[in-house]
Design a protein around this ligand. Structure first.
Ligand code: DOR
Ligand code: ZN
Length: 346
């Protein structure tokens, strides 16, 4: 068991975050820029970020909220639809600011109504991405009302991911926010070209936290938290040192009232304390020595980008996670609201 009270690591990056737009950026961008060097910014705005022009305009709006002196970089992503054209991919690549394209199965999650209805509809786009070496980021769930919500990720692997990898063997793919032992195992067994991000909520919590003793909507995200056997498999994957697993918070702001609702929104907000959450999960697993690889090395290595060159230092100094954060004229109830957290960045 590692028993450290201080830890210095290469500056980490976040390979999956939702910043939203306009006034929301005043809150989300400074949180993202606290300690991360870079963040991969999800394009599920309303309307979505579907082309290079929209991505560049969104990037400029984001940068207006970047704190003075910060070197944090937003990395832009295009939202794929049934109508995305291969030429869009070439333009995105030429911009130098677009690092990936995101597949949302239509209707599967927040602002995914314009997503892809069938992967075969975007075959020519995927083939162009393969040629241009642009990674495909997957929301890896089937959106089928006949499939139990706890099985949607495993069914996606069986019905769609295997075929996708077979049809596009050179396409770099990130299975985002993995939530099941099936995903962890599938990724670990592939030799190259497939990686996965893991969120703090899937490492620290399981469905009992969300459903036992009353429904706790602030743990509700998609893919949904599952049994503890899945949580354990994700902890094992994240702390294994395997370079195919890396940090992606999926921090996704929704107001407190839109989650405490008869039809609550999916998403957990963690960017106000992201690296702190991960440090706690790694410490609980006795694997603090594996945090740096997961948080700071494996992501840039997979994307073919340089690692950050400076460092951050975490200290074990317990503090109380706030119950609410201000968010425009509302509040956000963050992940683990009101709980004691163990680590702080000095
Ligand atoms: O929990 C989630 N929230 N999962 C997603 O896929 C989308 C995200 C959001 O945008 O709120
Ligand atoms: Zn997400």
């Amino acid at each position: 068991m590692t028993n450290k009270i201080q830890l210095t690591i290469t500056r980490p990056d976040d390979w999956h975050v939702h910043l939203r737009d306009n006034e929301a950026l005043i809150h989300t961008v400074p949180d993202a820029a606290r300690y991360f060097g870079r963040s991969i910014v999800m394009p599920n705005l309303n309307p979505p970020v579907m082309n290079t022009k929209q991505a560049m305009a969104y990037r400029n709006r984001i940068l207006e909220s970047r704190p003075a002196g910060s070197l944090w970089q937003p990395m832009m992503v295009l939202y794929l639809t049934d109508n995305t054209k291969p030429e869009e991919i070439s333009q995105a690549k030429a911009s130098g600011q677009i690092f990936a394209c995101k597949y949302y199965p239509a209707g599967a999650t927040t602002n995914s109504d314009s997503g892809v209805t069938k992967l075969s509809n975007i075959a020519s786009v995927l083939s162009q991405m393969e040629k241009e070496s642009i990674p495909l980021l997957l929301h890896g769930e089937v959106n089928d009302h006949n499939v139990d919500i706890f099985d949607r990720e495993a069914v996606f692997i069986d019905q769609q991911l295997q075929k996708l990898i077979h049809n596009f063997p050179e396409l770099n793919i990130v299975l985002e926010h993995i939530s099941s032992k099936e995903s962890a195992q599938f990724v670990a067994e592939r030799p190259h070209g497939l990686a996965a991000t893991i969120t703090p909520q899937h490492l620290l919590y399981n469905r009992n936290h969300m459903l036992a003793g009353g429904i706790k909507p602030h743990y509700y995200c998609l893919p949904i938290l599952k049994r503890d056997v899945h949580q354990k498999a994700l902890i094992a994957a994240a702390t294994s040192g395997d370079p195919r697993f890396f940090l992606g918070t999926d921090s996704a702001p929704h107001t407190t009232c839109s989650k405490e609702n008869a039809c609550g929104c999916a998403g957990c907000y963690s960017n106000h304390a992201a690296i702190e959450f991960y440090a706690e999960a790694f410490e609980l697993a006795g694997a603090l020595d594996k945090l740096e690889g997961f948080a700071s090395h494996h992501g840039p290595d997979f994307y073919g980008l340089p690692r950050n060159i400076d460092t951050i230092t975490l200290k074990k100094m317990p503090w109380k996670n706030p119950t609410k954060l201000p968010f425009m004229k509302n509040t956000i109830t963050p992940l683990g609201a009101g709980e004691m957290r163990q680590w702080q960045v000095t």
